[in-house]
Design a protein around this ligand. Structure first.
Ligand code: IMP
Length: 190
C-alpha cells in the first residue's frame, strides 16, 4: 500500500522508508503538494496539519513530522519556531549568545519530535519522542546536522559527537519513530 510522505527533506524520507518498508508500506513523495502552514502550538499539531493536508490533496494515507529544540532558559524557545529561529548559518551562534555565562544546570534543553499519519477516512496516529540534554558552550563534533554540535547528552558528548547508531538509539526522532512504528503496526492489525 502506498503512503505519501510530506517532506522535502531526503534524509527524513529515507528514514521513514526504512521504518515503513517492513510493514509492507511503499513510502512515496508527490510533487506539487502545498506546504502546510505550521500554525500549531505543539510539534504534534504541526505534524498533524502537514499530514492532513497531504492526505487531503492526494487521497492517500499521509505521514509527516515536526521537530525542534526547546530551551528552558529561553522559556521553551525556539520550540515550534526552531526551523525559522535565525538565518541559516547563524542559528547555533544565536542560541550560544543568548545563553552566554549561564552555568550548566541552567542550560537544560530537550529535542522533541512528533510523527503523524492521517488516513482519508479521518483516522490519525501520532507519536512523540523527547531527548533531554544541555546546551553546550561551544560547537563540538562533526556528525549530524542542525543544532547537533551544541546539544549535549547526559555523558557530556554532543549529538554531533555520536555515531548515527548512537544518536538513533536515544534521539527524539528515534524514540518517536519506534513508537510510531508500533502504533502503526497495531492499526494495521485491526
Ligand atoms: P522541521 O523540519 O520543521 O522539523 O524543523 C526542525 C528544526 O529543528 C530544524 O531547524 C532542525 O535543524 C532542528 N532539528 C530537528 N531535529 C534535529 C536534530 O536531531 N538535530 C539537530 N537539529 C534538529
Amino acid at each position: 500500500m502506498k503512503y505519501v510522505i510530506a517532506t522535502h527533506n531526503p534524509g527524513k524520507l529515507a528514514e521513514l522508508q526504512r521504518i515503513l518498508a517492513p510493514l509492507g508500506i511503499d513510502a512515496i513523495t508527490v510533487d506539487g503538494l502545498t506546504d502546510a502552514e505550521e500554525t500549531g502550538t505543539t510539534f504534534a499539531e504541526n505534524a498533524y496539519l502537514k499530514a492532513a493536508l497531504a492526505c487531503k490533496e492526494t487521497g492517500l494515507p499521509a505521514v509527516a513530522d515536526d521537530s525542534g529544540l526547546c530551551i528552558d532558559a529561553l522559556g521553551g524557545e525556539p520550540g515550534v519556531r526552531t526551523a525559522r529561529y535565525a538565518p541559516v548559518g547563524q542559528r547555533k551562534q544565536t542560541v550560544l549568545a543568548k545563553l552566554d555565562g549561564l552555568p550548566r544546570e541552567k542550560r537544560t534543553a530537550r529535542f522533541v519530535s512528533a510523527v503523524s499519519c492521517v488516513y482519508p477516512d479521518g483516522r490519525e496516529i501520532t507519536a512523540e519522542g523527547v531527548c533531554e540534554g544541555y546546551i553546550g558552550t561551544e560547537c563540538r563534533g562533526e556528525g549530524g546536522f542542525g543544532y547537533d554540535p551544541i546539544f549535549e547528552v547526559e555523558d557530556g558528548r554532543t549529538f554531533a559527537e555520536l555515531s548515527p547508531e548512537e544518536k538513533d538509539a536515544i534521539s527524539h526522532r528515534g524514540v518517536a519513530l519506534r513508537l510510531f512504528k508500533q502504533k502503526l503496526q497495531e492499526e494495521l492489525e485491526k
